[in-house]
Design a protein around this ligand. Structure first.
Ligand code: CP
Ligand code: NVA
Length: 304
C-alpha cells in the first residue's frame, strides 16, 4: 500500500529514529543510494513561494537518480482551475510521487486521498513535517541525543511549531512553547502531543512567558511572526509579538551551550536579533542543509 507523509505522525517514533539514521548515512556519503529513484519522476506542486523546500527536494531527487517537474502557483492553480481530486487523479497517471506546498492542510490531505502515488507535505498552513524531521536530525547531530533535551519554541503557535511539537512528542524531547494567548498552538494538537508523550516520555507544554520557556533550554527555536498568507495581519502581529523576540537578554536564561534554530526565512530585528541569528550559537545553515539529507531518507522510505 502506498504511504504518504502529510502529517509527521504518519511515521512512528521508531520509524523517525530509523529515518534519522538513514539520513546520517546519506549525509556522510552523498552518492549513497544514487539509483534509488532511477526512472521515477516527481511533481513539485507549490502554491506558495519556497527556497529550501523546493531546492532541497529537487537536488535530493536528482542525487537519488530521479527527475522532477516544478509546478509553480501559476501552473496548476489548485482548486481554482481544477479541483484537488482531478489534479491528484491526473498527476497520479504521470508521476511516481507528489511533493505539495498548499495553502490549506485540507488540500494536501485531499491530494493524498485522491492520489494513487505517495504525497509529501512540503508545508501547509497547519503542518511542516519535513522541516520538523530535519530539525530533530539537527538537534541530534549537534547535541548527540534527543531524549533529555529541552527545546524552547518562542513566537507563533504555527505550522512549524505544530510539527515540531508532534515530532518531539513522538521521540521523547521536552518542548516548551511560549506564545501570546491568541496565538497558542491548536489545542487538539497539544492534546495529541500530551497523549503521545505518555508513551515516549516527552512533555510538551504551552505557556505565555518566553523567559519560563527558555530557562535552561538546550535549544531556542524561532520562526517568523507573519507566515505566508498572513501578510494582511502584519502590523497587528508585529505589535502582538513584541515581547517574543529572541535576543541576548532572553538567551542568557538558556543553557550556556544552547543552540539557536530557525526554519528560515528569517526577519532580523523582528523574531530574532542579528546578534543571535548570526552569532556563535546559531546553526541555521546546517539546519537548512539537513533538509536535503532527511528528505532523501523520506523519499527512499516512501518509494520502497
Ligand atoms: N524552511 C522552509 O521551508 O523554507 P522555504 O519556505 O524557503 O522552503
Ligand atoms: N511559518 C512559516 C514557515 C516558512 C517555512 C510560513 O508558513 O510562512
Amino acid at each position: 500500500m502506498k504511504r504518504n507523509f502529510v502529517n509527521i505522525e504518519d511515521f512512528s517514533g521508531e520509524e523517525i529514529l530509523q529515518l534519522l539514521e538513514l539520513a546520517k548515512k546519506l549525509k556522510a556519503n552523498r552518492k549513497l543510494h544514487s539509483q534509488a529513484l532511477e526512472g521515477k519522476t516527481f511533481a513539485l506542486l507549490f502554491t506558495k513561494p519556497s527556497n529550501r523546500t523546493r531546492v532541497s527536494f529537487e537536488v535530493g531527487i536528482h542525487q537519488l537518480g530521479g527527475n522532477c517537474i516544478y509546478l509553480s502557483p501559476r501552473e496548476i492553480q489548485l482548486g481554482e482551475r481544477e479541483s484537488v481530486s482531478d489534479v491528484a487523479g491526473t498527476l497520479s497517471r504521470f508521476v511516481d510521487g507528489i511533493v505539495a506546498r498548499t495553502d490549506t492542510h485540507k488540500d494536501v490531505e485531499d491530494l493524498a486521498r485522491f492520489s494513487s502515488v505517495p504525497v509529501i507535505n512540503g508545508l501547509s498552513d497547519e503542518q511542516h513535517p519535513c522541516q520538523a524531521l530535519a530539525d530533530l536530525f539537527s538537534i541530534k547531530e549537534k547535541l548527540g541525543k534527543l531524549k533529555g533535551i529541552t527545546l524552547a519554541f518562542v513566537g507563533d503557535g504555527n505550522n512549524v511549531c505544530h510539527s515540531l511539537m508532534l515530532g518531539s512528542a513522538l521521540v521523547g524531547l521536552q518542548m516548551r512553547i511560549a506564545t501570546p494567548k491568541a496565538y497558542a498552538p491548536d489545542p487538539s494538537i497539544l492534546k495529541k502531543c500530551q497523549q503521545l508523550g505518555q508513551r515516549s516520555g516527552a512533555e510538551i507544554a504551552w505557556m505565555e512567558s518566553p523567559a519560563e520557556a527558555v530557562k535552561d533550554a538546550h535549544v531556542i527555536y524561532a520562526d517568523t511572526f507573519v507566515s505566508m498568507g498572513q501578510e494582511a495581519e502584519m502590523k497587528k502581529r508585529l505589535k502582538d509579538f513584541k515581547k517574543f523576540q529572541i535576543n541576548s537578554g532572553l538567551a542568557k536564561l538558556a543553557d550556556k551551550n544552547f543552540i539557536f534554530m530557525h526554519c528560515l526565512p528569517a526577519h532580523r530585528g523582528q523574531e530574532v536579533t542579528e546578534k543571535i541569528i548570526d552569532g556563535k550559537h546559531s546553526i541555521i545553515f546546517d539546519q537548512a542543509e539537513n533538509r536535503l539529507h532527511v528528505q532523501k531518507a523520506i523519499l527512499i522510505r516512501l518509494m520502497q
